[in-house]
Design a protein around this ligand. Sequence first.
Ligand code: HEM
Length: 651
Amino acid sequence: MFVSGATTALPNPEERRNRTSGSNFQTARPACQRTAAASVRARPRFRSGAADWRRGEHAVGAANPGRPPPLFSPPPSLRRSEPRRWQLAVSRARREEAEAADAGAQAMASPGLPQPPAEGSPWPLRLLHAPPELLRLDPTGGALLLLSLAALLGWSWLWRHRARGIPPGPTPWPVVGNFGFVLLPPFLRRKSWLHRRARAAGMEPSALGPQLLLADLARVYGNVFSFFIGHYLVVVLSDFHSVREALVQQAEIFSDRPRVPLVSLVTKEKGIVFAHYGPVWRQQRKFSHSTLRHFGLGKLSLEPKIIEEFKYVKEEMQKHGENPFDPFPIVNNAVSNIICSLCFGQRFDYTNSEFKKMLNLMSRALEICLNTQLLLVNICSWLYYLPFGPFKELRQIEKDITTFLKKIIKDHRESLDVENPQDFIDMYLLHVEEERKNNSNSSFNEDYLFYIIGDLFIAGTDTTTNSLLWCLLYMSLNPDIQEKVQEEIERVIGADRVPSLTDKARMPYTEATIMEVQRLTVVVPLAIPHMTSEKTVLQGYTIPKGTVVLPNLWSVHRDPAIWEKPDDFYPNRFLDDQGQLIKKETFIPFGIGKRVCMGEQLAKMELFLMFVSLMQSFTFALPEDSKKPLLTGRYGLTLAPHPFSIIISKR
Ligand code: HEM
């Protein structure tokens, strides 16, 4: 309505220009510009207002100084023969150009052209009549327009989700969700809630583990709350009831794993830990679990391997005499060797450089995946292939680990004794053969075996190593409790006999101490992220399909409604009045439900036998001049203690 009314009332553009400027510049205008003006004049009357605006801009754009070729250029011969006249001609041409541009601008603003619609008219109409500068998609304007549109869409999407009854949570930013502050310059970032929280605790933001921040947010929004990472909805479960309802009572819906691009690129979504919930995961996990059990997981037959490994630990520790040392490499080597014995049927000497290199590469890969620009691969997958920095480093690490593991698998295939399989790899290779004969669609193959071994290392090394290190640290900080543990060992096992799993039942205080360390430190504090495979309702909230779910095991273990004085180190909370061990269902360091830790029995065996052997042989203390280490831990999928040194005295 507006468009047609405005166009029919249009006076001739020529007239318009003269009327507004009141000058005779039209006569002084060079021929080419006159042509442009003529084209404006010749414009058919039935054109829409927006098209008129564009045409006007196009015609004037030709006279815009600086962009198109100059309207008039004096012949070069003039420059040589009469330099003064040449200069005058040039400056006249420049003046005319400027005037022409001016005239164009005035013509644009002339009252005869279609005017922008009134304030209250609908926005699509106003957009139609917007000045061409706004509509033109030059690189900056276009990008800004697209970005604003994306922001608007993202924001409305997020809010539509909030409105649909999803759990409460902090207000997300458009597009980036709740972690937009990482994109801010440092001086603004300091005002974010994360930095304010870190300042209140007297720490650097990086020192605050995500489990602490999420526990803080649960205090504000409740035990089931949500936030957004980009447009991904993440729901955090912070108390035992919601964790049990999701992972046990609605296990079929809450047992998938999210598709994280970096993880998918590295694991090819194979193996067990990050595999999708479904028949392939079920077959592979069932086979792996029963094979590990066959080789002694949770049984006495594995005991000698763990005890043998402890002999090397003892030797290595004694080498330091009474000097402080970092216990990490010794404990890490020992724990990895137990997995090696199960998977490869062999242990590696602590001085074996290839083995050491592999262990370093595995921790380095985890570290760079969580703390470097590699995280950007989750936004833009192709960055993974960049030929520099952490991108290149990760690909190289992958290549080295692949070569190491594939060689071991190849050696096993060549020396496989069908009648007498020696380890996990042998059993798997036999199963591959069997499946090949009976099931053409089988998921069992050598490629899959490679990823499962990687999983057993990643899931089984850092977790147990860190649990043992935390035990040593808590014993050093609580000498009275260390003494009580040693008294119990003395009473039940004595000084010389090697510990056995059969002693466990008679050592409730020692077991309660290990459990209390696990309760306070929770080495896998946020479990491994889960994902819903369909829409559901949890604790009255709607949880859409594809929601990432983080069970905050750390919060569950510090819940004051369950644990009295939850921040205190108090092993007796796991003992009844007669000093017998109480099993508490709210103690869940290995997670619960279908995705519960596959190595729980192995980890419990290792922890008990290693801890008891260490306490039997040594007393641990921190060096006198050392500062008390922070007990918040360093987060990197697992929660490790900050590096510390220790002194041993032989018992
Ligand atoms: C103290 C030591 C350990 C702790 C605290 C621990 C804890 C956990 C936790 C919390 C999960 C995630 C559960 C979930 O997603 O809800 C997990 C998964 C897993 N753990 Fe452990 N773990 C330990 C040792 C081990 C060991 C020694 C192995 C190897 C044999 C192992 C193998 C696995 C595997 C394969 C999974 C993935 C299970 C799946 O996705 O189906 N863990 N562990």
